[in-house]
Design a protein around this ligand. Structure first.
Ligand SMILES: [Fe+2]
Length: 168
């Protein structure tokens, strides 16, 4: 990752935006399946956060010069994280019945793992040599770095929320 080029980093930022979009869809879908209204509200909160991340990442990538990308390219750029996320999202979207307690527990396990993986990805982006080159010429771009940092913190909070739901 530290050896990633500026171009690849931009692509990764964009693709993480696409990932967050899918994650948001999964949370929204889960919220709709939940019987409990508090659970619905909590999952809806994480879904909204994820939409916000998706939008920020995609517009940041575009602002820094990323071109349009297809899903095949994202699959390559985001590698393992992409595969795991899509598997998890598809699993949720395939469910139509009401969310049971048991199902919630196992879903939470994999979502919590996913949240930490996404957080790691953001932290790695911030550590990448390429981000310096990408932002160097544009001092105001430091705000973008800050935003990615805060997104990583959000992911940590999502994992904490899921943890709290599990121990209900
Ligand atoms: Fe998240």
């Amino acid at each position: 990752m530290s050896g990633i080029s500026g171009d690849e980093l931009l692509k990764l930022i964009y693709c993480c935006g696409v990932l967050e979009e899918r994650v948001a869809e999964a949370y929204k879908h889960m919220a709709e399946r939940a019987g409990d209204s508090i659970l619905k509200a909590v999952l809806g909160y994480i879904a909204d956060d994820s939409w916000k991340h998706a939008d920020a990442l995609k517009s940041m990538a575009a602002a820094l010069g990323a071109g349009a990308m297809d899903l095949e390219e994202c699959r390559r750029v985001a590698g393992e994280l992409w595969a795991t996320t899509m598997r998890g999202v598809d699993r949720e979207l395939a469910q139509t019945s009401r969310l049971t307690r048991e199902e919630l527990a196992s879903m939470i396990e994999s979502l919590a793992d996913l949240e930490s993986a996404v957080m790691e990805e953001y932290l790695m982006m911030l550590q990448a040599e390429a981000i310096k080159m990408l932002l160097e010429a544009r001092p105001e771009a430091n705000c973008l770095k800050m935003i990615i940092e805060w997104m990583a913190e959000d992911e940590k909070r999502h994992a904490r929320i899921l943890e709290a739901l599990k121990s209900r």
